[in-house]
Design a protein around this ligand. Structure first.
Ligand code: F6R
Length: 608
């Protein structure tokens, strides 16, 4: 997804901006650009494709100055061309704008501006902003930005510079994350802290409606009526090396290997072993209030939606409360039955997914208590939810979500333990669950030891064109997640299905060319799944089985076996997903795919 970085200070802006763009690469993008004030006026350089292309442009035609803004664009309005790349400028080339989000009324505004004589050069909605600001400009850039934004419907995080009000950046946020970096007489703006972390750890997360003005002397934040606001400076406590590859070939592999440590972080300080429950600081509800809920709705997208499905099983089984899981994109436009006795759990790695954020706001408007399960600290969902838990997975850079998923499942279990113990879960059962949770990090590390074997398996299957992933109960979502991982990074078509549902249609696809990945732990539905394996094998499929031990019942029915350690039923997805992540990873690498930045995908989907 698009990324913004801006700099004003005594140093040259270019190196800071280009380095910042590199840090934002992981978000996914298809063009990049930069605008710098060179002392006389504005200069911009843009390129379609990777940041290295922009660097070539800059090398061929250097620009230099101490104030600048830069952007990585992920195309929404108009193709990923050099012309459509940001920054966009006004007619006179005095104002440059970078923008994340969507201006929904851009075509109406564009017609009006064209009627007033403005000349557009790109197909983007963002260019409208540059012309609107030009129209409103009377000497103060912040006043012009505030006026222009009155006309705009939609979402934005923007950074603007102008040669008519030089050495200043004006930034504004509505619905798209933006933060300020506070340095020593130098100031930054960025859509993501990783872009500026090399320079400062002191940041201000802007709220919707904030307009920030940064120059060499300082910064201030205004509201939409130009009144000064006070905003808290937060200190970032994670390191850049946490977001660097740390010796692994790809971020995704590093993040898969981090899962032992990351789930330890999710659990840290939150388990009350003796009482068989959890302690959740950010819940913002008393035990009495927690007991008032009649039902739970969990909303999320993609991988987070898969963890939600596992949460549904846990909550219904142990807390005995009705749970529904909804795709956030569907939920927001339905007329869902939500009351003030509904608990709405919102799951998001980024905390910025547009559909999830909108679903959460919808649930809130209808009176639900919203509880965020979020990874990115200070993100919109984290800040707007009524209560919540950070999963503490650390920065997830690979576009395909891995460690966030396992941490989300753990966070859901922590919440389930809390609620279930208040309702009807026995202390003995609570303790058993905690014991199993505590064993997970070592068990994950053991599974990771089998990475070379999974790599060999990937060699065997890398040329397949379709895959089926089957599981039941807690492992139906695991099957969905395994299939999603494979399709998004290797571009092999893959489907996840409940193992028994397969005979109602997908079985027609099965032949000797179809690899079928079965999740067959020794759980309460094991015997049933064995029958499903039999059905598939009888039609010639090549079967890869994830098992939890020696299984005579599977003898002769499977072609490849990946063994994971046994654990309690509800935690099997946390272990079983690890070999599936590795299988997808190695297949994608062997096919030469760009694993960390798969085509067409973005790390944080901040558009509808
Ligand atoms: C899959 C993946 C996506 C995200 C989805 C939601 O690997 O990364 O499916 O899970 O876009 O993102 P978050 O969790 O940030 O709301």
């Amino acid at each position: 997804m698009c990324g913004i970085v801006g700099y004003v200070g005594p140093n040259l802006a270019n190196p800071v901006l280009v380095e910042g763009l590199r840090r934002l690469e992981y978000r996914g993008y298809d063009s990049a650009g930069i605008a710098v004030m060179n002392g006389n006026g504005l200069e911009t350089r843009k390129a379609a494709g990777k940041i290295s292309r922009l660097e070539e442009e800059l090398a061929a035609s250097p620009i230099s100055g101490n104030t600048g803004i830069a952007h990585t664009r992920w195309a929404t309005h108009g193709a990923p061309t050099q012309c459509n790349a940001h920054p966009h400028v006004d007619c006179k080339g005095h104002i440059a704008v970078v923008h994340n989000g969507i201006i929904e009324n851009s075509s109406v505004l564009r017609k009006q501006l064209e009627a007033n004589g403005h000349k557009f050069v790109s197909e983007t909605d963002t260019e409208t902003l540059a012309h609107l600001i030009e129209e409103a400009f009377e000497g103060s850039l912040e006043d012009a930005v505030i006026d222009a934004l009155q006309e705009v419907e939609g979402t934005y995080g923007i950074a603007v510079i102008s040669s008519d009000d030089p050495d200043k950046i004006v930034a504004a946020r509505k619905g798209s994350p933006l933060l300020l970096g506070i340095g020593d007489n130098e100031f930054y703006v960025a859509s993501d802290a990783s872009a500026i972390l090399a320079h400062t750890r002191d940041v201000i997360y802007l709220d919707d409606g904030d307009i920030a003005v940064l120059d060499r002397k300082g910064y201030h934040v205004l509201d939409e009526r130009s009144r000064r606001l006070s905003r808290k400076v937060s200190r970032i406590d994670w390191d850049l090396d946490q977001i660097e590859r740390g010796g692994f070939d790809h971020f995704m592999l590093k993040e898969i290997f981090e899962q032992g440590a990351s789930i330890e972080n999710t659990m840290r300080g939150r388990l009350l072993d003796g009482e068989g429950t959890s302690k959740l600081g950010g819940i913002n509800l008393s035990d009495e209030e927690l007991l008032q809920f009649d039902n739970v709705v969990i909303t999320a997208c993609g991988t987070s939606w898969h963890s939600a499905l596992i949460g549904e099983h846990m909550l219904e089984e142990m807390a005995r409360i009705p749970v529904e899981v909804e795709y956030a994109s569907e939920f927001r436009y339905r007329n869902p039955i939500i009351t003030d006795r509904t608990l709405c759990i919102v799951i998001s790695q980024s905390g910025e997914t547009a559909d999830t954020l909108a679903a959460m706001r919808e649930a809130k408007n209808r009176g639900a208590f919203t509880y965020g399960i979020v990874n990115v600290v200070g993100s919109s969902i984290a800040r707007e939810s009524d209560g919540g838990i950070y999963v503490h997975a650390g920065p997830e850079i690979g576009v395909a979500s891995t460690k966030a998923f396992t941490c989300q499942v753990i966070a859901l279990l922590l919440f389930t333990l809390k609620l279930a113990r208040l309702r009807n879960l026995s202390v003995v059962r609570g303790r058993e669950i905690i014991e199993a949770m505590r064993a997970l990090p070592a068990q994950i590390r053991k599974i990771l030891d089998s990475a070379p074997r999974i790599e060999d398996l990937a060699e065997e299957f890398k040329d397949s064109t379709n895959f089926l992933y089957l599981g039941r109960g807690y492992n139906f979502p695991t099957a969905l997640e395994g299939a999603l991982k494979l399709k998004e990074i290797s571009y092999i078509h893959a489907e996840g299905y409940p193992a028994a549902e397969m005979k109602h249609g997908p079985i027609a696809l099965i032949d000797a060319e179809m690899p079928v990945v079965f999740i067959t732990p020794h759980d309460s539905v094991f015997d049933k799944v064995v029958s499903n394996v039999q059905e598939v094998k009888a039609r010639g499929a090549r079967v890869i089985a994830i098992t939890t031990g020696e299984e005579p019942a599977l003898a002769g029915k499977i072609d490849y076996e990946i063994r994971i350690p046994p654990t309690i039923e509800m935690l099997i997805p946390v272990l079983a997903v690890v070999p599936l992540q590795l299988l997808a990873y190695y297949i994608a690498v062997k096919r030469g795919a760009n694993v960390d930045q798969p085509r067409n995908l973005a790390k944080s989907v901040t558009v509808e």
